[in-house]
Ligand binder design. Sequence first.
Ligand code: NAP
Length: 470
Amino acid sequence: MPIATTNPATGQVLKTYEAMSDEQIDAAIERADLAFRQLRDTTIAQRARWLTAAADLLDAERDETARLMTTEMGKTYAAAKAEVTKCATACRFYAGNAPRMLADEPADAAAVKAKRAYVRYQPIGPVLAVMPWNFPLWQVMRFAAPALMAGNTGLLKHASNVPQTALYLEDLFRRAGFPEGAFTTLLVGSDAVDRILSDPRVRAATLTGSEPAGRSIAQIAGREIKKTVLELGGSDPFVVMPSADLDAAAEVATTARCQNNGQSCIAAKRFIVHTDVFDAFAEKFAARMAALRVGDPMDDGTDVGPLASERGRDEVHAQVADAVDQGATVLCGGEKPAGDGWYYPPTVVTDLRPEMRMWAEEVFGPVAGLYRVGSYDEAIAVANGTSFGLGSNAWTNDPAEQERFAVDLDAGNVFINGMTTSYPELPFGGVKNSGYGRELSAAGMREFCNTKTVWIGEGETGAGAGAHSE
Ligand code: NAP
């Protein structure tokens, strides 16, 4: 893929970049390694001051940064502004909470026959972050804020269609005061990832992206014995049961499917509705989806902008066409518009069957699959019936059913009577082919820490030797 900014609203190529040479990549890794030696010796308080300065810059530069993101990947300007603000909030969250998250944890010294024993969280070194374009600032920030706070350094290989946002991030951390090399953007294609991750100075990798990219990075990391966190795709279920508030469910379903022009890993994608309320929900949902305004992402009145690439739009349309060819019913949308820009209308498709692509694949655009089920058990079977397990939603006002969904949905999160979203306070990640590891909260920060056992004894003969020595 060329490294270039192409405006999805017009299809115009605005800026192109040369990929960095092997020598430039090598020099950047060297700087990241040197910066790590410096950063790990700074205090948490110092790093918190730098991260807070980054938050202040994000707030001050919100509008220009949002415009840049909209130009590079087509999200609405309103959504882009909210994304910048969310990044600033995450920086402040980690600046404020790192002292607690990174504090030594004392152990029961007597139980481990020590004078003193504790667990220390130490940074590990340069971490490679391979990131997607759909939340071009937020996806990076939810790795970078905790990683830098912990004292690691970051090497960013961003998606090839958001190079200017990638360069902004490097500049942001430099201006906030972090040492040169603490956070570096590598303008490289995905073919450079093997070389970077194989370098002994690079200690770990995090990838947010598709399942094939996850497999590829996990293979390299496995060969090199390096830690990875994988945040991959999802096809989140959104279950509606008879006791649900149908108007609220239909309203939230519309936002949950079409946020970010339908290109979110945690967008609800499969709407699984109990037969008792299926027709009523389908009508309310399709009416709301059809009423969304599709258009220029810079306009205040736009709900849904273009998809990020022509290839992405073609793929979404091919998935819809495949279902229609095999007998599915389109309740709204489903036609690829003519004209400039990679727009696609909010679409609802029902009468889906397992042999259709939409049944098992992630649809990365504003297209909802609507499924009719006859019972709680059938709802769970359909909800859990894909290879993904990222987020999940259930709408029910029956307290016992709420508890059952919380247990039975096989996913990294369950949101009851609400929409899946990410918060710095809560862990984020998936199960099954949606990946492994967690971002955000203390769990996210500790993914790239060495959880080190420290045992201090009196130095007497036999101290520390238990029944087992391993
Ligand atoms: P993608 O094609 O996998 O790209 C993501 C990143 O991986 C890009 O930087 C890309 O570089 C790189 N990449 C692609 N193939 C690679 C390979 N074989 N080896 C190494 N790097 C590789 O995904 P996308 O289309 O940008 O993003 C959409 C996908 O991301 C969806 O599946 C979505 O669900 C998922 N996603 C998951 C989460 C989550 O938190 N779980 C969040 C957001 C998105 P190039 O751009 O240079 O190809």
